[in-house]
Ligand binder design. Structure first.
Ligand code: S3P
Length: 172
């Protein structure tokens, strides 16, 4: 029985959503993608939400989504790469779940990341991946309960994430 949420944090393109979705299905756990929730709630794509309402409004939507999640069945939750930036978001995640940092080499991220659905990167190009990493890595590491090394491909990543989750909850 999973008694708390699992929050997946990490850089855009690190594998939070692809691994989270697969592991949730393998372990028969509910899965929540925060970007997808916010898109449903506010309407439109993340890029359109940034254009229409601005980044701060998007960050507030992330906070609201986390608050809602505190009343929901424990799930595997893929956060957005910037969700950890707000202290309140970090506190909610720490109080209501375990936080797993999905850690993938920047060269690999830059090799296959889709820029079109990522407004912060689409505007500034791939160098922005390095800048975001520098600005965020200390926060990611400080807030993470576990680090998943996602440098050995999709299947190793799925396997590694399942192992971490099983180690956190005895009976999964
Ligand atoms: C963001 C990452 C995106 C999305 C938004 C902002 C960020 O999610 O939440 O574009 O600040 O890094 P992914 O990490 O799934 O790309």
């Amino acid at each position: 029985m999973m008694t708390r949420h699992i929050f997946l944090i990490g850089m855009p393109g690190s594998g939070k959503s692809s691994l989270g979705k697969k592991v949730a299905s393998n372990l028969r756990l509910p899965y929540v993608d925060m970007d997808a929730r916010i898109q449903e709630t506010l309407g439109g794509t993340v890029t359109e939400i940034f254009e229409r309402y601005g980044e701060e409004a998007f960050r507030t939507a992330e906070t609201n989504t986390l608050i809602h999640l505190t009343r929901e069945t424990p799930s595997i939750v893929s956060t957005g790469g910037g969700t950890v930036l707000r202290e309140l978001n970090r506190t909610i995640m720490q109080n209501h779940g375990f936080i797993i940092l999905v850690d993938r080499p920047l060269q690999e991220i830059k090799g296959d990341i889709k820029l079109d659905r990522r407004p912060l990167l689409a505007a500034k190009g791939l160098d922005e991946v390095d800048r975001l990493y520098e600005a965020r890595i200390d926060i990611y590491r400080a807030v993470a309960d576990r680090v998943l090394d996602n440098s050995r491909g999709y299947f190793a990543g799925v396997d590694g994430m399942e192992r971490i989750i099983r180690s956190l909850f005895a009976s999964i």
